[in-house]
Structure formats: C-alpha cells, structure tokens
Write a protein that binds this ligand. Structure first.
Ligand code: TYD
Length: 136
C-alpha cells in the first residue's frame, strides 16, 4: 500500500531551443511502467470536479498539457493537494490512492498515461469501500 507522500512530481526531460520545447516520455526510460493507455480530459466546464475514485492496480502519470488543475490525493489517512500547471512535470499516482480533481482552468488539458487498459473492475468508486480496502 502506497502513501500520498510516495506520489511525487517527476521532472520530465525537456528539449529546449529558440523554437520551443519538446517533452518526451518513453517506456522504461522516463516512466517506470509500460504505458498501455493514453487519454486526456478537456472541455471541462469551469467549477466542475472529476475523479472521486481510486484504482487497485493502475499507475498513472498526470501532465497538465495546457492550463492548470489540482489533484487531491488521499491514502485513507493523509491527503495531499498537487497543483499542476507545467507540461514538463508529471504527477506519479501509485496504486490504491483516492483522487479528486478540481479547479480546472479554462481550456486546460489533463493528459493521463496509464499502466493498463481501461477496466471498470480496477475502480473503487465508493469512499467507504476505499477506506475498508486501505485498512485491509
Ligand atoms: P472516470 O475515470 O470516472 O473519469 P474522471 O476520473 O476523469 O472523472 O471515467 C468517466 C467515464 O468514462 C466512466 O463512465 C468510464 C469512462 N471511461 C472509459 O470508458 N475509458 C477510459 O479509459 C476512461 C478513463 C474512462
């Protein structure tokens, strides 16, 4: 079981020149799992909140490709807020962490790199169920 303290900001490689930046994420080089799924959240209405679930197995890298938003992480004991607004940084969310996402800026894009394909069975969507799971 991982704690929120173990969900850290990772500096991604940035290739910078006068024409702009490139940030690269490569399996086994810059990310500690094989990426099996990529998706992104966009057109999120101002004021809406997403998330509200945990995953049993899934690991994720979260990147603010554009704009900003805040992840609230919860390991059943402690919570931690992570503000993301830099496409050269990723938030590494380990398995077994509850998350809420809030304060999306207008036009923001949230990129998610996942260690697995979509599976509803990997979700825990009930908070009491999550707490039970964390307490083992
Ligand atoms: P969910 O992961 O709950 O969204 P968020 O955490 O951003 O609020 O997913 C919302 C809906 O989309 C849910 O019905 C499941 C579906 N979905 C897929 O079908 N495939 C996917 O890869 C994802 C991420 C979601």
């Amino acid at each position: 079981m991982f704690s929120v303290e173990e969900c850290k900001i990772i500096e991604l490689p940035k290739i910078h020149n006068e024409a702009g930046n490139i940030t690269v994420v490569e399996n086994k080089e810059t990310i500690p799992f094989d990426v099996k799924r990529v998706y992104y959240l966009y057109d999120v209405p101002m004021g809406s909140e997403r998330g509200g679930h945990g995953h049993y197995i899934l690991q994720q890298y979260i990147v603010a490709l554009s704009g900003s938003f805040t992840f609230v992480l919860d390991d059943g004991v402690n919570t931690k807020e992570v503000f993301l607004n830099d496409p050269s940084k990723a938030l590494y969310i380990k398995p077994g962490i509850w998350r809420e996402i809030k304060d999306f800026s207008s036009g923001s894009i949230c990129l998610v790199l996942g260690s697995d394909v979509y599976s509803e069975e990997d979700y825990v969507r009930d908070y009491d169920e999550f707490l039970k799971y964390r307490k083992g």
